[in-house]
Design a protein around this ligand. Structure first.
Ligand SMILES: [Zn+2]
Length: 258
């Protein structure tokens, strides 16, 4: 399979002639780093779009991409309402209301698991506030306009391998224990939203013991609301948390062949 990170929690996965997208968010403000030259109008191909939750940095470009490509969107009912408000036709959306719901696409399978959002902690909120009061007002408005809804993690079976994507890192130890009953080949682990995010993401690695872990969401996608997180410490410590786990730090828009 070919897996391409689009920045933030966004991925494009190609298997054979099938292409699907996870949290395909491409809109940036001018200060965002790294620069994402790709726009939703550049996305020509997608059969399905899977969303992890309703926040703007996960769903903002989904209506335009779905309308352009004809992809169906798989998401929870709260994010579905935001998508409809943004102009996406309701009959293009498949809502997930049941933990473990599985969708079979022939070339691959997708299974939704109920998960949780990382809790923005006080040190992080204070640092973000200190950067800009105006921006924090904008963030508050965006969080209100794009409510989180039920967070979903997505487990894909592609070419005989399990790829598990988390859009936010709020999973409980019990949730991870349940998921660890089945092997994870490729873990897509988010590094954003908490001042101790490296340690939190390492818990995912320790619990799921993936063959490969790919960190994401560490880019500064919407300064000054977001912050750049150095994936270096995570990359250095992941093999200690799970001996044998290989870390691949992705380059934006550069396909990885797995
Ligand atoms: Zn979020």
């Amino acid at each position: 399979m070919e897996l391409t990170w689009w920045g933030t929690a966004g991925f494009r996965i190609r298997t054979g002639t099938d292409v699907f997208l996870i949290d395909p968010y491409l809109t940036r403000n001018p200060a965002a780093r790294p620069v994402q030259p790709l726009k939703s109008a550049d996305v020509a191909e997608a059969g399905a779009i899977f969303l992890t939750h309703g926040h703007f940095d996960h769903i903002l470009d989904a209506p335009a991409i779905a309308s352009r490509t004809g992809a169906r969107v798989y998401t929870d009912p709260v994010a579905a309402q935001s998508l409809i408000r943004m102009g996406l036709a309701a009959d293009r959306i498949e809502t997930v209301t049941e933990d473990g719901r599985t969708f079979d696409f022939g070339a691959f399978q997708a299974q939704a698991h109920f998960s949780l959002h990382v809790r923005f902690d006080t040190p992080l909120v204070i640092r973000t506030l200190a950067r800009s009061l105006t921006r924090i007002r904008r963030l508050t408005r965006m969080l209100k306009d794009y409510p989180c809804g039920q967070v979903l993690s997505w487990r894909f079976l592609v070419e005989g391998r399990a790829v598990h994507h988390f859009g936010s890192a709020g999973s409980t130890p019990d949730e991870l224990l349940q998921l660890a009953r089945r092997p994870t080949d490729v873990l897509l682990a988010p590094l954003q939203g908490h001042s101790r995010i490296t340690a939190i993401a390492l818990e995912y690695v320790r619990a799921l013991r993936p063959r490969i872990v790919i960190p994401h969401h560490h880019d500064d996608f919407y300064p000054t609301i977001s912050q750049m997180v150095d994936p270096g410490p995570f990359a250095a410590q992941a093999p200690m948390a799970s001996p044998g786990t290989q870390v691949l730090v992705p380059e934006m828009n550069q396909p990885l062949i797995l």
